[in-house]
Design a protein around this ligand. Structure first.
Ligand code: TMP
Ligand code: ASP
Length: 253
């Protein structure tokens, strides 16, 4: 096969040139990082799971008319996506206190918030993805006020969809992060959900037991990350529980 042109390599994914202009191939790696890449590991099967789970969530968004970059899954680790201009923000939606918010406010984790709270971090690992107020975003031109209004609407719709889907399988959507991209159509732009939606970028807790099924399992050394993500996939009916591993060859006598 001809070598494909690599466009970008991130911590968990690689983007290659797509088959048609305006498309890219998004490849899901097995690499896991946390704390802005201070902690790293290779977790066998994670890329396969996240490829499938992101396909599942993005397809659901499409069915509800929530614009996103997903076109179709190509194989175990790759999907075809629309090329977008990524807005350099991490858009975080929180339903329950956890993580950096709980820490910042000296709150216990697990407190239901009075309403979903949306916050923005600047996508910059070297700076540790600092939380930024809207004033910074508009003043430095990372996004306009109109973009921000549209991003908040998108984030709320994703939250409603994701919360409902997860609730249906006994999982609480505690918080999540999305990235948003611009697609240009002449002088006009549309904002779409980009990157991925997977347990790498969500907090997912079992409603009954509080067990964690997300990247906190890796961040906090709570057990097998593959088992946690496989449980999410199994409950959603996304893939058979053993499909991340290729069967080992067996000798036939
Ligand atoms: P936080 O509590 O660490 O700020 O994270 C909030 C949510 O955003 C959590 O679901 C994890 C996700 N997240 C990412 O996907 N990438 C990141 O770089 C960070 C900091 C958080
Ligand atoms: N995604 C970030 C990293 O890989 C932070 C995190 O998820 O904890 O370093």
């Amino acid at each position: 096969m001809a070598r494909r042109k690599k466009i970008y390599e991130g911590k968990a994914k690689i983007l290659y040139e797509g088959p048609e202009p305006g498309t890219l191939v998004q490849y899901f790696k097995d690499d896991a990082t946390a704390f802005n890449a201070e902690k790293r590991a290779v977790i066998e099967g994670k890329g396969v799971l996240n490829n499938r789970l992101s396909e599942f969530f993005m397809t659901g968004l499409t069915q509800l008319g929530i614009p996103n970059h997903f076109i179709r899954r190509l194989n175990m680790r790759e999907q075809l996506i629309r090329q977008v201009e990524i807005i350099p923000l991490e858009v975080i939606v929180r339903n329950v206190s956890a993580g950096s918010m709980a820490k910042r406010l000296g709150m216990e984790e697990g407190v239901q918030l009075p309403r979903p709270i949306i916050e923005f971090s600047l996508k910059d690992d070297k700076l540790g993805d600092p939380l930024v107020p809207e004033e910074y975003i508009t003043a430095f031109g990372w996004a306009s006020q109109q973009d921000l209004d549209d991003i908040v609407q998108l984030a709320i719709r994703v939250n409603d969809f994701m919360s409902g889907v997860m609730y249906g399988v006994g999982i609480k959507l505690v918080d999540f992060k999305i990235e948003v991209g611009r697609i240009w159509d002449g002088d006009y732009q549309r904002l779409v959900v980009a990157d991925e939606i997977s347990p790498d970028s969500c907090r997912l807790w079992d409603i009954e037991t509080g067990a964690k099924f997300d990247k906190d399992v890796f961040r906090r050394d709570l057990g097998s990350l593959t088992d946690a993500y496989t449980e999410v996939a199994r409950r959603l009916g996304v893939m058979p529980s053993n499909a991340t591993h290729m069967p080992k060859p067996t000798l036939i006598n």
